[in-house]
Design a protein around this ligand. Structure first.
Ligand code: FAD
Ligand code: EPU
Length: 339
C-alpha cells in the first residue's frame, strides 16, 4: 500500500537546502506503484513534481501539490563482445552508477564523474561535463505515461537530445516519469581528454597512459576545486546555460571584448561561457543577503544559509539584467524553477 505523507519538509531533498513544504509526498520504489498511484484520479488533477536528488531545481514557494520521489533501485549489466549494456533504476544515485562502471572497467561515463543527482534525471537535461553528454552513451529508457498508465520505451533518437535539452524538458514536459535507463558502454576505453584542464591535471600527476579510473579521479578533483559541495554550501550547479549566439552577434561582442571566452557550436553558432560574462559584470564571489555567486565559479548561485528560493530567484534576475545590459546577451536559467 502506498504511503502518501502530508506537509513534508523538502529541505533535505533539494541541494540548495531551501526550506519548502510539499503538500503531499510519496516515495516510489517499484514501477508498478506508479500505476497504483495514478489509479486515484485525484493525483492526475493536482500539480506534480517528480523528484530525484533535487540537484537541479529551485523551490521558490511551498509546493502545493504531490511530490513523487523516485527511489527505484537496481543495477544490472550484460556484456556482449566488447559492448556492455548497463540498466539502472531511476532512483540510483548517478555517481554510484559511474563508480560501479569505472570499477568494472566499463568505459564511457568516466567524464561524468561526481555529477550529483539520480539516474532517472540523467536524460532530462542530457547531463554533460568535460566533453561528454548522456546522449553519447544513452541506449533507451523506460518511462511511465501519466495520462495512460502505460510504460513506454524511448530510444536515443526519440529523446531529441540537445545541449541541456531533451523531449522530457520540452514537448513532453510533465507527461512521463522515467523509471529506468539503459546505457551502452564498452570494455575498450576511448578516452575523451579534450576538455581543457584534464590533460594538465594528468601531467601534474605524472600519468602518461591513463585508465578510466585515472580520468574519473582527475575530473572529480577538478570539479571539487571549482564547485561548492552542496552538503556544506547549498547550490544546484550551473544556474544558467552557456548562451549560444550567431557568429554575427559574436563578432560584434568580440570587437568590444577581445578576451571573451567562447567555443565553436557548429552551423555558424558560437557558445559563450556564461561564467565569464557574469564575472565580467562584477558578480563573482559577491554576497547578496543570504545568497551569492560562488567564489571559484560565477555561474553557480549559492545559498550561504537561510536563503529563500525567492531570494535566489531575484539574484538570478539581477544577473540576467546586468549581463543583458553589458553584452546584449540574454542568459537562460538551466535550473528548473518550481513555483
Ligand atoms: P532533480 O533536481 O530531482 O530533478 C531535475 C528535473 O528532472 C526536475 O524537473 C524533475 O521533475 C525531473 N526529474 C527528475 N527525475 C525524474 C524522473 N525519474 N522522471 C521524470 N522527470 C524527472 N548537471 C550537468 O549536466 N553537468 C554538470 O556538470 C553538473 N554539475 C553539477 C554540480 C553540482 C554541484 C550540482 C549541485 C549540480 C550539477 N548539475 C550538473 C545539475 C544536476 O546534477 C543534474 O541536472 C542532475 O541530472 C539532476 O538530477 P536530480 O536527480 O537531482 O534531478
Ligand atoms: N569562467 C570564468 N569565470 C567564472 C567561471 C568560468 O571566466 O567564474 C570561464 C573559465 O575560465 C573557462 C570557461 O568560463 O574559460 C568555462 O568554465 P568551466 O570549464 O568551469 O565550465 P562552464 O562552461 O562554466 C560547463 C557546464 C558544467 C560542467 C562544466 C565542465 C553548463 C551550463 N555548465 O560549465 O555543468 O560541469 O562545463 O564541462 O554548460 C551544471 O550543468 O550544473 C554544470 C556544473
Amino acid at each position: 500500500m502506498l504511503q502518501i505523507e502530508e506537509n513534508v519538509s523538502l529541505k533535505n531533498f533539494n541541494t540548495f537546502g531551501i526550506e519548502a513544504q510539499a503538500r503531499y509526498f510519496v516515495e516510489i520504489s517499484r514501477e508498478e506503484q506508479l500505476r497504483e498511484l495514478f489509479m486515484d484520479e485525484r493525483w492526475q488533477r493536482i500539480p506534480r513534481l517528480v523528484l530525484g536528488g533535487g540537484s537541479n531545481l529551485l523551490l521558490v514557494n511551498n509546493f502545493d501539490g504531490l511530490v513523487i520521489r523516485m527511489n527505484i533501485r537496481g543495477i544490472e549489466h550484460q556484456i556482449n563482445g566488447d559492448t556492455v549494456t548497463v540498466d539502472a533504476g531511476a532512483g540510483e544515485v548517478w555517481n554510484d552508477l559511474v563508480n560501479f562502471c569505472v570499477d568494472h572497467g566499463f568505459a564511457g561515463m568516466e567524464n561524468l564523474s561526481l555529477i550529483p543527482g539520480s539516474v532517472g534525471a540523467s536524460p532530462i537535461q542530457n547531463i554533460g561535463a568535460y566533453g561528454v553528454e548522456i546522449k553519447d552513451i544513452f541506449e533507451s529508457c523506460r518511462a511511465f505515461e501519466i495520462a495512460t498508465g502505460q510504460i513506454k520505451t524511448f530510444t536515443n533518437a526519440d529523446c531529441h537530445f540537445g545541449y541541456r535539452e531533451s523531449v522530457f524538458k520540452s514537448t513532453l514536459k510533465g507527461e512521463f516519469i522515467i523509471t529506468s535507463v539503459k546505457y551502452k558502454l564498452s570494455t575498450i576505453p576511448k578516452l575523451n581528454l579534450s576538455y581543457g584542464a584534464i590533460k594538465q591535471e594528468l601531467t601534474a600527476r605524472h600519468i602518461d597512459n591513463p585508465t578510466i579510473k585515472d580520468v574519473s579521479q582527475v575530473i572529480s578533483a577538478i570539479r571539487v576545486s571549482k564547485l561548492p559541495d552542496p552538503s556544506t554550501i547549498g547550490n544546484s550547479g550551473s544556474f544558467f546555460k552557456n548562451p549560444v549566439i550567431t557568429q554575427e552577434q559574436f563578432s560584434a561582442i568580440q570587437a568590444q571584448h577581445p578576451n571573451i571566452s567562447h567555443y565553436p557550436a557548429g552551423e555558424g553558432l558560437v557558445k559563450l561561457a556564461a561564467g565569464w560574462l557574469i564575472e565580467q559584470c562584477g558578480w563573482k564571489g559577491k554576497v547578496v543577503g543570504h545568497t551569492g555567486t560562488w567564489k571559484n565559479q560565477a555561474l553557480v548561485l549559492v545559498n550561504h544559509g537561510g536563503a529563500t528560493g525567492q531570494e535566489i530567484y531575484d539574484l538570478s534576475s539581477q544577473i540576467i539584467d546586468s549581463v543583458k545590459e553589458r553584452f546584449g546577451v540574454i542568459l537562460e536559467r538551466e535550473v528548473n524553477i518550481i513555483q
